[in-house]
Design a protein around this ligand. Structure first.
Ligand code: CMC
Length: 378
């Protein structure tokens, strides 16, 4: 029957090949171009990981130097982007601002309609470089602060935090931020990446694919979950005066009630990983470092309490958004800015997929089983 041929949510459907990343839920591993993501997160600057995703290989010294120069040359907030953002209300969702920023950058790009492999890589690299200023400016304007100019003596992660907070971040903080960027960068055919590939398959331009991907990422079942995790913490109540143990008890009670009420708790569960998200242990380490750095052990209590109660009741494990949310909170980002941070990272994976789709394209156009009324006359 038609019903048997339907793969609702495309669950289990293999839509194409990719050489960019391999997710293996059985061994709980994630490889970017063959390298385990944990190793990349432990050793490499995010800039190197970006180049690995785009080209398939880690950069040589000469390639690293060339990209370093290009990246640092494209960090400043484009005045046209600034003007466009200024038209958006201060309470617009930061993902709407992110989407608009990318759209303005695309419409103004000298290579906008050039889809050659060289042009695509150039646009990917320049967007990677230019996007942090969009997030930083948006975060600052919400706090009534002036934009901060980028600094060429800082690397990507250092400069991102510098432009957002106007001060040099501590090395531990920079490192936790860098780790989050590496872990969020790529994850095969997730909803937003698949969206980017669908748009690319029509031969539309890279920035159109990217703005569409931002739209897909905004939803709480995907990227929006990192914000939703923090909202859960806030609903339970974040009180720095509390001990770890006190917070854990309240978190457990909250979770038990939430599950009784059949609520979906954000930051738990995954379409692909049913035995745990391969990225969580590395991100949890980064969160632990931040909890120590900022001396906020009550957050550890909330984290552990929710996790344990969910594990006990349903056996469902956390996904990457669960440790990432409180990490960004501790760094000082507003909750609504978390998903744009995910965008900053995933720009690398999305653009790598745009290039891969372009290189061996077939229009993505599935079928549907009609379930409306039979043919009838007026
Ligand atoms: N809280 C409570 N119950 C859950 C959760 C959750 N977070 N996740 C799954 N379940 C239950 C669900 O209710 C269902 O139970 P039952 O069979 O009794 O109805 C069962 O587990 C299977 O869940 P599902 O929703 O059918 O599984 P899925 O593969 O369609 O969903 C998911 C995957 C990520 C959409 C889902 O786990 C979810 O909504 N999680 C919360 C949102 C979230 O954290 N998203 C981030 C995903 S990872 C990072 C990213 O891609 O951005």
């Amino acid at each position: 029957t038609d019903e048997q041929q339907i793969h609702k949510g495309l669950d289990g459907v293999v839509a194409d090949h990719t050489a960019i990343s391999k997710v293996n839920p059985e061994t709980n591993s994630l490889l970017y171009r063959g390298y385990p993501v944990q190793q990349l997160a432990a050793e490499l600057p995010f800039e190197d990981v970006a180049q690995l995703l785009w080209t398939g290989e880690l950069p040589t010294d000469a390639e690293r130097a060339a990209f370093r120069e290009r990246e640092r040359a494209h960090r400043a907030l484009d005045p046209r982007v600034r003007q466009a953002i200024d038209l958006l209300p201060l309470d617009a969702h930061p993902m709407d601002v992110a989407r608009t920023g990318i759209s303005v950058l695309g419409a103004n790009h000298r290579l906008a309609e050039d889809s050659s492999p060289e042009a695509e890589l150039t646009k990917a690299q320049e967007l990677f470089a230019a996007f942090p200023a969009v997030v930083a400016y948006d975060q600052r304007r919400r706090r009534g602060q002036e934009a901060v100019e980028p600094r060429e003596d800082l690397d990507y992660a250092q400069n991102f935090l510098w432009m957002t907070f106007g001060e040099e971040a501590a090395p531990e903080v920079v490192d936790a931020f860098r780790v989050s960027m590496v872990l969020y960068a790529e994850h095969s055919f997730n909803a937003s990446t698949f969206t980017a590939r669908v748009v690319t398959s029509t031969q539309a331009d890279l920035h159109s694919a990217l703005t569409s991907a931002v739209g897909a990422l905004k939803g709480p079942l995907h990227g929006g979950a990192n914000e939703a995790v923090m909202e859960t913490f806030q609903e339970i109540g974040v009180d720095p005066a509390e001990t770890r143990e006190q917070a854990a008890v309240r978190a457990k009670a909250w979770m038990e009630r939430a599950l009784e009420e059949k609520r979906k708790v954000m930051g738990f569960g995954h379409r692909v990983y049913k035995n745990g998200d391969s990225r969580v242990p590395t991100m949890k380490q980064a969160l632990d470092a931040m909890i120590v750095h900022y001396d906020r052990h009550e957050l550890e209590g909330l984290y552990d309490g929710l996790e344990a109660a969910m594990q006990e009741a349903k056996g469902i494990l956390p996904n990457l958004d669960y440790p990432a949310g409180p990490t960004y909170h501790l760094m000082g980002f507003d909750t609504a800015m978390f998903t744009p941070l995910f965008v900053a990272s995933r720009i690398t994976g999305w653009t790598a997929h745009v290039m891969e789709q372009r290189a061996d394209n077939a229009l993505i156009r599935p079928l549907s089983a009609y379930s409306g009324p039979d043919e009838r006359s007026l």
